[in-house]
Each structure stands twice: as C-alpha cells, then as structure tokens.
Design a protein around this ligand. Structure first.
Ligand SMILES: *Cc1c(COP(=O)(O)O)cnc(C)c1O
Length: 452
C-alpha cells in the first residue's frame, strides 16, 4: 500500500502566529486578580511574564510575527509531517479519509516546544535569568528545559509527584537539558509545605505544581514563570500546527469535515483547530472536536465560571470550564490531560457552540492507540490516544452511514517514554476511572465569587 506523506519546505514554516481573539464570538472575558478580585492589569502580570507575552495575551492583531530567532529553532523539526492514515482506514474498513498531523518529531516528542521556544526567547530578551514552571507527565518540563538550554536560561521545574515514578525518563530528559527538577508538592515553597502538612502522602496535581512555580517566580526578581498551556499566548504559539496542516491538506487536495485534537489545558487543540475556526468564522463548514479524559472532563462535565488557575489560589482567576481549582483527578496515564480547567479561549468557543467536546475512558483510548500503532507504526502518546479514539469513532460512524468523511486528527506526541502505560494496558491492569460526580460537586462549591 502507498504511504502518503505531505511535507512542506522549510520556507513554509509559518511567518506569523494566528490570533483567534479578533475572531471570537464575543469580547474576551476579563482575567481577575486572585488577591483583589479586580480585573488584572498588565502591571500585575509583569512580575511573572515579559511584556511581549503580556501584550500577546490580550492582542487584537489577527497575525503576530514570529521572531527570526524562534523560526530558526522551529527549523530543527518544523514543518512537521502530515500523513494520510491509509492503513488505519483499511483496518477500519471506513470510507473516511483520515489525515494526522504529527508533532512527535520535535526534540521533546510533542507539540509543547512550539510555545516553550518563544517563551524562553522573550524572557531572555527581557533579561531574565531563570524560568520556573510545573510539569505533569514531563512533556512541558522537557520542552521548556530544552528551550532554556537553547537560550542560556536556568530552568526550575516542579514535577507532579505521581509522574516521578510513572515517567522516570522524562525527569532524566529535563535534567539532561540542564533543568533542576523538584517533585511537587515540595518543602521548597510555602504552597507545597502547606499541602504536605495537611496531607504528607499527597501525590500532587498540576494545580499544586503551578502554585509552587508561580510562588518561586513571584519571590525571585531574576525569575519568571512559564506555563505550558491554557493561556492565550500559549494557544497563539501553537497555531503553527494548524496553519501548516491547512497548507498540507491543500497539497492533498482535501479539506476536513472534522478536526480532532486531545484537550488538557487546550493549547494543543487550539493550535490545530483555531486556524480552521478562522475559516469557520468566514463561513466555511468545519467541525472542531476536543477529546478529553473521562476522569478529568473539564469541558463535558465542568461549569463555565470564574476559577483560580491553581490550587493555592495564587494564579489569576479566569473564566473557563472548570471542575474546581482543588479537584484532584485520578492518576491516569495521560498525565498531560490532568488539569482542572481549560483555556479561556477554548472555553469561550465551546460555550458559544463553535466547537464540540467528548470524553473517553483510558482503555478505549489505548485500544485505539494500539490499532493506530499497528497500522501506522507510530506509538501515540497516551494524551494523543484520546484524539485517535475520537477519530476512530468518527471513521466508524462514516462507515455505518456509508458516507465519505475527511478527518484531520492531531497526533500531539509519541509515547516512547510512556511504556509503563502501554505495559499496564497490555497486561490488562489499566483501570477506567470515571469522574466522581460528588468530588466535582464538592470542588465546584469552592469557586471564587467574582463579579467583574
Ligand atoms: C501536554 C500534552 C497534551 C495536552 O496539551 P494541552 O495543550 O494542555 O491540551 C497533549 N498531548 C501531549 C503529547 C502532551 O504532552
């Protein structure tokens, strides 16, 4: 069978990021200061982020130029390939045409360096010496560690404790790139100490690790904070993915009926889907579907409300789909999808009915991932397997209906450092955690009262 791969020349690495803000269905909701409960001003954010990123966070320019230095590093792995999944189509016996955009060719093996590199660049330009961040499964941590090493910055990473045992080689990768890795909750910050005092065996969560990293940055003048998802500027940086995919589908002479990506904090979904939503805003018919874990279903089971970005209530309050800032998701293998909230931009589009969302349990995702690996010879990251599950379901539906359908799916990363998860699946030891309705209800009772 023919292998179909659509490559772009380096000259077609996008020159601009696409900013969805001017194309949103309504005005951007304000972001609220966690202390004063008033809208944040740029001055509030400058202890954490360089001015260039603060400006991008609220920019109304539709296209923002990518600095030459950033494109120079993007060249190491961009443009990434787009494949037609012919063998998967055949295995499913579907009339659908399935294309996947593969971000696993980056140095960290995922889409995350697309934002890590510009974040390190703008911080370096602003004279910052060190970046503090959090990481769940270690994908973001290894991306930022790599980017910091490119620009000569120090990097401190608070890593969710449960991932320390599940993903030991991600920690090694961060250390190899020169970062300091601290298991979170840690005794190094007041936020970490407070949690350990209450619950010494706490296995951590992204919300807690964010609190620690924000505190670290806020208490050191030479240090800024970096976030790997959720924020507007992170979604912005990821739009190189969708822009390239559009150009590649043009080479294939196709256009998607549905665009599918997994959703943790939302930047990966945003990166692939937003450039297609621009077409939708211009009248084109295209569906965009976010695939999330059933154990941490912020879009499908959360509420659209103002909530803290972190557990210790130090990060700004944003209007987003949330399960509650102290919701503790179970330790599923798709660590990169264990965030209580969602990107405010993705949330606003979901609330307006511009995008769809579905939730999947882990075993169903790994089943699809295995079929994908055996058909396409790429081992998907556990996070990406959610998107593959959704794509397989769409392809099977097309088969049932006896209809053609063009499916574009984001393969956000490879799973070669996630073999523990595959071992658990293959030995039948993977548990399907449904979300706990009661736990969500409890966590939602603690939302802040904000009336902007
Ligand atoms: C982090 C991660 C995700 C989730 O990304 P978000 O942008 O937060 O939704 C998806 N896939 C992989 C491989 C990841 O590392």
């Amino acid at each position: 069978m023919e292998t179909t791969k659509y490559l772009l020349p380096e000259s077609q690495i996008p020159t601009h990021w696409y900013n969805v803000i001017p194309d949103l269905p309504g005005p951007l909701a304000p972001v609220i200061h966690p202390g004063t409960l008033k809208p944040v001003t740029p001055d509030d954010l400058l202890p954490l982020f360089p001015l260039a990123l603060v400006e991008q966070e609220v920019s109304r320019e539709r296209f923002i130029e990518i600095p030459r230095e950033v494109r120079e590093i993007y060249r190491l792995w961009r443009p990434t390939p787009l494949f037609r999944a012919r063998r998967l189509e055949q295995a499913l016996g579907t009339p659908a045409r399935i294309y996947y955009k593969y971000e696993g060719v980056s140095p960290a093996g995922s889409h995350k360096p697309n934002s890590a590199v510009p974040q390190a660049f703008y911080n370096r330009q602003a004279g910052i010496k060190r970046l503090a961040t959090e990481t769940g499964a270690g994908q973001w941590g290894s991306s930022l560690a790599m980017a910091c090493s490119m620009f000569g910055l120090e990097c401190t990473i608070y890593m969710v404790k449960v991932s320390f045992s599940q993903k030991p080689y991600r920690k090694s990768l961060m250390q190899l790139f020169g970062a300091k890795v601290i298991p979170s909750p840690s005794p190094e910050t007041a936020a970490g100490r407070a949690i350990l005092q209450r619950d010494p065996g706490n296995l951590g969560s992204l919300g807690i690790a964010i609190s620690e990293a924000v505190e670290d940055a806020a208490t050191h003048s030479d240090t800024h904070y970096a976030l790997g998802s959720v924020l507007n500027h992170v979604c912005l940086h990821q739009t190189v993915i969708g822009q390239e995919a559009k150009a590649q589908l043009k080479l294939a002479g196709d256009y998607p009926d549905v665009v599918i990506a997994c959703h943790g904090g939302g930047s990966n979904f945003a990166g692939l889907a937003f450039p297609f939503l621009a077409d939708r805003a211009a009248g084109k018919r295209v569906r965009c579907l976010a695939a999330e874990p059933a154990s941490c279903p912020s879009l499908t089971k959360g509420v659209y409300a103002f909530d803290y970005g972190d557990t210790a209530k130090m990060a700004p309050i944003a209007k987003m789909y949330t399960l509650g800032h102290d919701f503790m998701p179970p330790g599923i293998h798709a660590g990169g999808l264990r965030y209580h909230g969602a990107s405010p931009l993705v949330s606003q589009l979901f609330a307006a009915g511009e995008i769809e969302a579905r939730a999947y349990v882990q075993n169903a995702c790994f089943e699809a991932a295995l079929l994908f690996a055996r058909s396409e010879a790429i081992v998907p990251a556990p996070e990406s397997s959610h998107a593959i599950r959704a794509a397989v379901d769409e392809a099977l539906r097309a088969k049932d209906e006896g209809r053609e359908r063009v499916i574009l799916v984001g393969l956000s990363g490879h799973g070669q450092l996630d073999m523990g998860a595959y071992d658990a699946y293959l030995s039948g030891n993977l548990e399907d955690h449904e979300y706990s309705e009661e736990k969500i209800r409890e966590a939602l009772a603690r939302l802040p009262e904000v009336d902007p």
